[in-house]
Design a protein around this ligand. Structure first.
Ligand code: FE2
Length: 193
């Protein structure tokens, strides 16, 4: 279940319908999908087969041409370098579409001079339209498994804004086990305890 946060006002929304409505108002799709199609340890091929109807429906809705399964965890080689590509504010020339199968992460969305964050977890489907300024990082377990959709087969590239806006926000699912790319940010003693 997702958590929508408004860092400037410390407001937090955890109700599915309210999250959907808030995000829909800014052009972002949020849905909850069933996780019972496949066991947690199913192969990527089994996942793509089991969710075949949803994958095809999303392709029709968004003009996506392919889907795959991304699966990273704290043992993934070069994980820090991979995360560092996406934890700075950027845009893409195609939508960023994810259905989360396992793990948790946070999308920070910079919309109309305001930043909101969407913490996503298993069962959450999020579609961030092309051109949306955003950044993403993992939660403390440094794990994410998700179906991704693509509109182009040429590769999925971040275009950095270099705004520095991302420097002002910590992932609020930050936990004591998390010592990743933002470990240099000062953390209060309360959070470390
Ligand atoms: Fe992105």
């Amino acid at each position: 279940m997702a958590v929508l946060r408004f860092p400037e006002t410390n407001q937090k929304i955890e109700d599915e319908q309210k999250i959907r409505a808030e995000l829909a108002a800014v052009g972002i799709d949020y849905e909850r999908w069933s996780l019972d199609r496949v066991p947690a340890d199913a192969s990527a091929d089994a996942v793509l087969t089991a969710y075949g109807s949803e994958i095809e429906e999303m392709k029709r809705r968004g003009g996506y041409v392919m889907a795959d399964v991304i699966d990273v965890n704290r043992e993934t080689p070069n994980l820090d370098a991979m995360l560092a590509r996406f934890d700075k504010e950027h845009t893409h020339t195609e939508d960023e579409v994810r259905f989360i199968l396992a793990g948790r992460g946070i999308f920070f969305l910079h919309l109309n001079d305001k930043v909101v964050s969407v913490e996503v977890g298993p069962g959450d489907m999020l579609r961030v339209p092309r051109g949306t300024t955003h950044w993403f990082t993992l939660c403390e377990d440094r794990r994410i498994r998700a179906i991704r959709w693509f509109q182009e087969t040429t590769g999925w590239t971040p275009h950095y804004t270099d705004s520095g806006v991302d420097q002002g926000y910590q992932p609020l699912c930050f936990g004591p086990a998390y010592l990743g790319p933002r470990a240099g940010i000062t953390v209060s003693l309360d959070q470390e305890a």
